[in-house]
Design a protein around this ligand. Structure first.
Ligand code: PEP
Length: 241
């Protein structure tokens, strides 16, 4: 295990209400008391809780992120949507873009790229999700898919921008199945080989069924800068793996 700071990003998806704020109190306490400052915690709750999270976390080292944005930077007639400027104005620091659950709903490379450009313009930190499906993996298309997602999603983004890439194999999200370390390391190396040519400042995370059961093994991969955690992040006990 390395000495570097590891990210723990909690993706709460469409879960949580005002009562859930109680559960983050333990995490705040933990981050205050912990002597090792080798972690960075970011909560991405649903939009309805963003303001409360920003407020509750403001005196801690924990930061808040959103789970998506509209692709347009400018305000406009888009019922039900939120843009990067609105999040920035609220005190949100991060945004997840390109999550496979949104790609499945039809979000394409072009929209993802526009969202990333908009987020950067608003000075939000981007958590860019990529990953292959089980079908693509079986057909040995993983590298082709990952490269396509990276090249299209990050088109036109300056070398100096900070990018967090979350490698999330679609077949691993919410299934309890995690790639073995050999496969994961190979894919992370591949992602790094592309990203390192495009950016000076980047992090590469893994996401997909991370839990207290597999974190020790995953931590053995030095190349990893942390985790994007869905299901397990709902419980403060599990997030502090
Ligand atoms: C996710 O959806 O970003 C995710 C990683 O989910 P889970 O941890 O539940 O697989």
């Amino acid at each position: 295990m390395t000495n570097k700071i590891r990210y723990f990003i909690a993706n709460w998806k469409m879960y949580g209400d005002l009562g859930s704020l109680k559960s983050i109190k333990n995490v705040i306490k933990f981050s205050r008391l912990s002597k090792s400052k080798k972690f960075k915690i970011i909560y991405c709750p649903p939009y309805t809780l963003l303001s409360d999270f920003v407020d509750t976390l403001k005196k801690s080292s924990i930061e808040t992120g959103a789970q998506n944005i509209h692709e347009n930077y400018d305000f406009g007639a888009h019922t039900g949507f939120i843009n990067s400027k609105m999040l920035k104005n609220l005190g949100v620091k991060y945004v997840i873009i390109g999550h496979s659950e949104n790609r499945t709903l039809g979000e394409d490379h072009k929209q993802i790229n526009k969202k990333i450009l908009s987020a950067i313009k608003s000075k939000l930190n981007v958590i860019f999700c990529i990953g292959e499906t089980s079908f693509q993996r079986k057909n040995k298309k993983t590298n082709i898919i990952l490269k396509k997602q990276i090249m299209n999603g990050l088109k036109g983004i300056g070398k100096k921008c900070k990018i967090i890439v979350a490698y999330e194999p679609v077949w691993s999200i919410g299934t309890g199945v995690v790639p073995n370390n050999l496969e994961l390391e190979k894919n992370i190396k591949f992602i790094k080989s592309i990203i390192s040519k495009k950016f000076n400042n980047y992090k590469i995370l893994y996401g997909g069924s991370v839990s207290p059961n597999n974190i020790k093994k995953l931590n053995m991969i030095d190349l990893l800068d942390g985790y994007l955690i869905g299901g397990a992040s709902q419980s403060s006990k599990n997030l502090l793996i």
